[in-house]
Design a protein around this ligand. Structure first.
Ligand SMILES: [Zn+2]
Ligand SMILES: [Zn+2]
Ligand SMILES: [Zn+2]
Length: 292
């Protein structure tokens, strides 16, 4: 067990950075999740799919409990369900800039408010906002999020942000009939030619320009109070202890309810009494004989 952790202190305050990838259910590619999104789009196949709250809970329960498993500066990666879905996370002794890793001024932005922090070292603007309700319902210790934009009106940003070039339509010539075709990033990779009906498979160069690969970025959380894992463990322990006590009480009650072995005692007493009476009778008889 690491020595310099904030381990299990009831008010443990910690900052934990994360890098998250989820597996595209269609093509199996890992898709970077750079924000508290409930829907993401795969760069490779353009498939849009949801990231469930269960997935979020599983992904973030490890960073939440990092103060029990990691030392400051250490990091770890947890993969989920044997898939490409994984979270890499690290415990920080103080909030640091996701870009240059310099220490950020503490409490620059009040916890519970939305705003931004300016990195004193590289000048990067680090957005920050309070953990949304759906997240605190899953992980009560999660307080504040840094380094990503807040989800729009509580909803996730559903589309990959495209740069200006990628948003522009791209022209190409149909390899079969030579007609001019134009595409936008909304297109699937296989596009029908509107003139000859041939299925045109978009070449890599065009596809990549339409879908710039989203880079996995680093963002971080402020957690306060015992982790969900810790609370669950304690509750399980308390339940086991209560069950043990109930079991013990039951055993004691059973013992108390058992009738005491009275007959045996009274029989024994009776035998002693009879023996005494016989002895006294013999002594009396002897005395009466002797006194004659
Ligand atoms: Zn995909
Ligand atoms: Zn910086
Ligand atoms: Zn054509």
């Amino acid at each position: 067990m690491p020595m310099n952790t904030a381990q299990d202190s009831a008010q443990a305050l910690r900052y934990v950075w994360v890098e998250i990838l989820v597996e595209c259910p269609k093509c199996g590619d890992p898709v970077p999740v750079n924000g508290l999104e409930t829907n993401v789009v795969c760069d490779n196949c353009n498939h849009e799919f949801p990231v469930s709250t269960e997935t979020w809970q599983t992904l973030l329960s490890h960073p939440d409990n990092a103060y029990n498993t990691l030392a400051y500066g250490e990091q770890s990666t947890t993969s989920m369900w044997g898939s490409a879905t994984k979270v890499t996370y690290g415990l920080m002794s103080q909030p640091t800039c996701p870009t240059c890793h310099a220490a950020l001024p503490p409490d620059h932005t009040q916890v519970g408010t939305q705003g931004s922090i300016s990195c004193p070292s590289c000048g990067a603007t680090i957005p920050t906002f309070p953990a949304p309700d759906w997240l605190t319902a899953l992980l009560p210790s999660c307080r504040q999020v840094y380094g990503i934009d807040p989800p729009r009106d509580g909803k996730a940003t559903t589309k990959v942000k495209l740069d200006e070039d990628a948003a522009k339509p791209i022209a190409m010539v149909c390899p079969q009939c030579g007609a001019g075709l134009t595409f936008t990033s909304a297109e699937q990779r296989l596009v029908p030619c509107t003139y000859c009906g041939a299925e045109v498979y978009l070449p890599d160069a065009i596809w990549k320009r339409l879908h710039p690969v989203k880079i996995k970025s680093r963002w971080f959380f402020r957690f306060e109070g015992p982790s969900k894992t810790s609370v669950t463990k304690q509750q399980r322990k308390a339940r086991a202890r209560a069950e043990e006590w109930a079991e013990q009480d039951k055993r004691l009650e059973a013992l108390a309810a058992e009738p005491p072995p009275k007959e045996a005692t009274s029989n024994w007493l009776l035998q002693v009494f009879i023996a005494c009476v016989i002895i006294i009778a013999i002594v009396l008889v002897l005395f009466s004989f002797l006194s004659k």
